[in-house]
Write a protein of this length. Sequence first.
Lengths: 171, 279
Amino acid sequence: MNSRIIIVNVIRWFLLLFVQIFLLKNMGFYDLSTPFIYVLFLLLLPFGIPNILLYGLAFATGLTLDAFYDTMGVHATACVVLAFVRISFISISLNRDAIDDPEPSLSYMGFQWFSLYAFLCVITHHLVLFFLETFRLTEIGYTLMRCGLSCIFTLLIILLVEFIFYRRTPR
Amino acid sequence: MRNLWIFISRYNAFFLFIIFFTIGIYLTVKNNAYQRSVTLNSSNEVVGTAYERLNVFKRYLNLGMVNDSLAAENAKLKTRLLGLTTVDSAKDVKVIDTVTNQQYSYLAAKVVKNSITLRNNVMTINKGTVDGIKSGMAVIAPQKGVVGFIRDVSAHLATIQSLLHKDTRISVVLKKNNALGSLVWGDGNFDIKKALIKGVPNHIKMQVGDTVVTSGFASFPAGILVGRITKPNVATNDNFLSGELNLFTDFSTLQYVYVVKDKLADEQKALESLAKPNE
């Protein structure tokens, strides 16, 4: 069971980063909307993961992305923020003792919870990402527009992926 | 200490977040040329702005000193200018140095006490015998206009009998035709902006807007602007005309004045005293 989770996550990591770097990196609508699907990996890490490991993984994933995007530290920071939001949201919305689902995916948690969870994580990630990339407040309107449009794009793809790999499980 | 550990481990998510976030920001700023330049520039900007503010205050504190030096320099330049314009080249002497040949030189002085509300107004300046000031020297205003005469002198200060005084009379002419008159103040009108030109011969027709300048017959150099006629040809009961004029000098805001040193004053006085009173 445990090793299966690890293998699944490793495969997911490689797959998502592969898609992100070799496919989605070249996509974008007028430089306004760029999807960052790799955050799905961080969203789908199992509930029982220790905080430090989560942060470490988030940071490492971000750094890997940075290496390919030539933006040292930007994605890493955004991923760390995402990890923080994930931990906070889970601890607020779910009773820690009552969690018996392995991971916070659409199949286990239902559409409503998952979409809110994904939305909050993705929007904070994108906000940090774009503001670190712009690094000034003078173009705030443009930055916010890029952030919002990219967020919509990313969420669409995340939900799409989740629905494609939807496993009907007894709840 | 134990409580601290409990506290930290309970909120480990937050503390870990702080640590990783700091590392991320550090990496971002350190490794990206653009972000680094923005950070450096904005911090430089903050420092620069702070220094600029400080400089503004410093400049304000130094304003007095700067003003003094500017006035002194102005006086020096005006003196040189006079040297260029008032040299008497028709003299039958060998001219060695044209600068030393000039008759007048200006000395800047700061007004330390001013009065404009009395019938007879006297002001005080911060230059005295040490600076070569003598009683009777003419005093003019920085831009244009006359101020008065030096009255009493101490070592470092001097008083000016201003134009706003019943005993002050300044020899003036109408610029357009050199008609001689005498400038007085306070003859029935105590407006500090107005003065009277008296003793203009009857056949001279003054007009509104005529410029009045000093004659150069007394201690004032010739051609110092005094004012502009506003009410011409006021008939008096003697054989002369009077006129009211607007003074160029604003006595209420006077801060600096120029004392006019006349090199030939003593000589002129000595020479003129040879004439017998009832000749």
